[in-house]
Design a protein around this ligand. Sequence first.
Ligand code: ZN
Length: 115
Amino acid sequence: MQMYCTNCGQKLNENDKFCTNCGAKILNYTNVNSNYNQNSNVQTDKGLSTIIKVFLIIGCIASGTLLIPLIWTIPMTVTYFNASKNGTPVSLGFKICTLIFVSQIAGILMLLENN
Ligand SMILES: [Zn+2]
C-alpha cells in the first residue's frame, strides 16, 4: 500500500520514519487504523447511550402516566376513609367512579354496602 505524508502529501517509502520532504513524523498505517477504530467505538458508545437515554425517557413517561391516576385515586380513597369514619354515606356516583377508576372490587363492595 502506497503511503503519503499526512503533512505535505509526499510519497513515502514503507520503512520511512520521517517524511523525506518536510520531516514530519510518519504515522504508520496500523496506528492510523487503531485511531480510526477508537473513533468508531466512541461513535458506537454515543449511539448506545442515545438509545439508553430514549428508553430512560420512555420509562419516565410510562411511570409518570402510571402516577397520574394517583391524582384522583388518593383523594377518592381519603374521601371514603373519612365518610366511613364519620358514618356518612358516599354517593352512587362516587361508588361507580371508584369501581371504574380506582378498584373494581372496592367499587362493587361499596355498591353492596348498606348505607
Ligand atoms: Zn511531508
